[in-house]
Design a protein around this ligand. Structure first.
Ligand code: TXA
Ligand code: MG
Length: 327
C-alpha cells in the first residue's frame, strides 16, 4: 500500500487507473476517509467488504461527481432529492433513492434502493471527475470501528488491504454524512450528521421521520447499529459534575483512566486526559482522532464528559452513544 500526498494530477490519474483496474483506493472526503471501488464492478466492490470485514448485506454509498448524475443512478427521483441536492451538494448528505437496475446487488446489499452522495472535498471531486464513474465507498475502517479522519488512520486500520491512500490531511467535518431516506411516503432520517434535521426540514417544508432505536434494523442502515464507531477500550459517558468522582472510583479499583473533556476544563488533571472544543462542529471534527488516541493508550476505561444535548450536538451525541454502548 502506498500513501500519496495529493497535490498533483498524476496521483489522481494513478488513483483513477487503479479504480478502473478493480483495485481499492482510500480517499479523503469532508466527513471521513472513504474506501473506494468502481461502483459498477462487482468483484471490486466485494473487495471492500473483505477489506473491512463487513457483512455483505450492508449497503454502500455511491459517490458521484455532481447532482446532474442523480438520474443516471436512480429512478423515480423525487423532487425532494433535487431540492436537497441543490441546497446541500456537494456536501455531507447521503440520500437513499430507488436504484437503477444496472447497479450491482453487491453495492446495495440486494436492496432496490441506493445511497448517493456528492462529497465536498477537492480531492474526492477531482478523483470522481477523472475516474468518470461512481465510486462506492464506505468509511475506510474495519467493521464497527471508529471511522478514519486522517490518512494515517486508514493505514493503521486497513494496511495492505488497500492499494493506495490519497492523503488530504484531516477531514473537516469529522463525522459521517447525514443520511435521509427518500423512498417512503415521508422522508426519514437514518443517520444524523452535520446537516441537521432542522436544516433538512427547512428545505423540505415538512417534518422528517426519525427512526427510533427500537426500530433499529441493521439491514436498513448498519450505521444505526447500537455498537458502532466504538473504541476497543470500554468507554462511559458521564456528566461534567460527576466525572472526577467516577475517575476516582475506577482508579481505586486499580484501573488506568483517561478522560475526554470539554474545553475549557478545570479537570484536566491526569496524564491521559484530552480536551475537545465546546463548539459542536469543532468537537465533531476532533472526536474520532481523540478516541483513537485514548484507545491507543490501552487504558482500563475512557470517561467521556457528556456534551450539551441541543440539536446542534445531535450527530456528536449519536456517535458518543454508539461509542459507549456495550452489548
Ligand atoms: O460520510 C459518509 O457517508 C462516509 C464517506 C466516506 O462518504 N461514508 C460512510 O459510509 O459513512 P458507511 O458505509 O460507513 O455508512 C453508510 C451508511 C450505512 O449505515 C449504510 O447502511 C447506509 O449508509 N446505506 C447505504 N445504502 C443504503 C440503502 N440503500 N438503504 C439504507 N441505508 C443505506
Ligand atoms: Mg462506516
Amino acid at each position: 500500500m502506498n500513501t500519496v500526498t495529493v497535490a498533483d494530477e498524476a496521483a489522481i490519474q494513478y488513483a483513477a487507473d487503479l479504480l478502473r483496474q478493480g483495485n481499492l483506493v482510500a480517499f479523503p472526503t469532508e466527513t471521513v476517509y472513504g474506501l473506494g471501488a468502481d461502483a459498477l464492478n462487482p468483484s471490486a466492490v466485494k473487495r471492500i467488504f473483505a477489506a473491512k470485514g463487513r457483512p455483505t448485506n450492508h449497503p454502500l454509498i455511491v459517490h458521484i461527481a455532481s447532482a446532474h448524475l442523480l438520474s443516471d443512478w436512480a429512478i423515480n427521483v423525487p423532487d425532494e432529492a433535487y431540492q436537497l441536492a441543490a441546497q446541500f451538494w456537494p456536501g455531507p448528505l447521503a440520500m437513499i433513492v430507488n436504484k437503477r437496475s444496472h447497479i450491482p446487488n453487491e453495492v446495495t446489499g440486494g436492496q432496490d434502493t441506493v445511497g448517493l452522495r456528492v462529497p465536498n472535498h477537492p480531492i474526492a471531486l477531482k478523483l470522481l471527475h477523472t475516474f468518470g464513474g461512481g465510486i462506492a465507498a464506505p468509511s475506510a475502517n474495519r467493521f464497527c470501528r471508529i471511522s478514519p479522519t486522517q490518512a494515517q488512520h486508514v493505514a493503521e486500520e486497513l494496511g495492505r488491504a488497500v492499494e493506495l491512500i490519497l492523503d488530504g490531511g484531516a477531514c473537516q467535518v469529522g463525522v459521517e454524512s447525514t443520511i435521509i431516506d427518500l423512498t417512503g411516503k415521508q422522508p426519514r432520517l437514518l443517520r444524523p450528521g452535520q446537516i441537521s434535521v432542522t436544516a433538512l426540514e427547512e428545505v423540505l417544508q415538512t417534518k422528517l421521520l426519525t427512526v427510533l432505536s427500537h426500530e433499529t434494523n441493521q439491514h436498513i442502515a448498519p450505521g444505526m447499529m447500537a455498537v458502532h464507531y466504538a473504541p476497543s477500550t470500554p468507554a462511559i459517558l458521564c456528566s461534567g459534575a460527576d466525572i472526577d468522582n467516577m475517575a476516582e472510583t475506577w482508579i481505586r479499583q486499580g484501573k488506568r483512566v483517561g478522560k475526554l473533556l470539554l474545553q475549557p476544563s478545570l479537570t484536566v488533571s491526569q496524564e491521559h486526559d484530552l480536551c475537545l472544543p465546546a463548539q459542536a462542529e469543532d468537537y465533531a471534527q476532533g472526536l474520532y482522532a481523540a478516541l483513537r488516541i485514548l484507545d491507543s493508550w490501552q487504558l482500563g476505561v475512557i470517561l467521556i464528559e457528556q456534551p450539551p444535548t441541543s440539536i446542534t450536538w445531535q450527530a456528536v451525541n449519536d456517535r458518543l452513544k454508539k461509542a459507549t454502548h456495550r452489548a
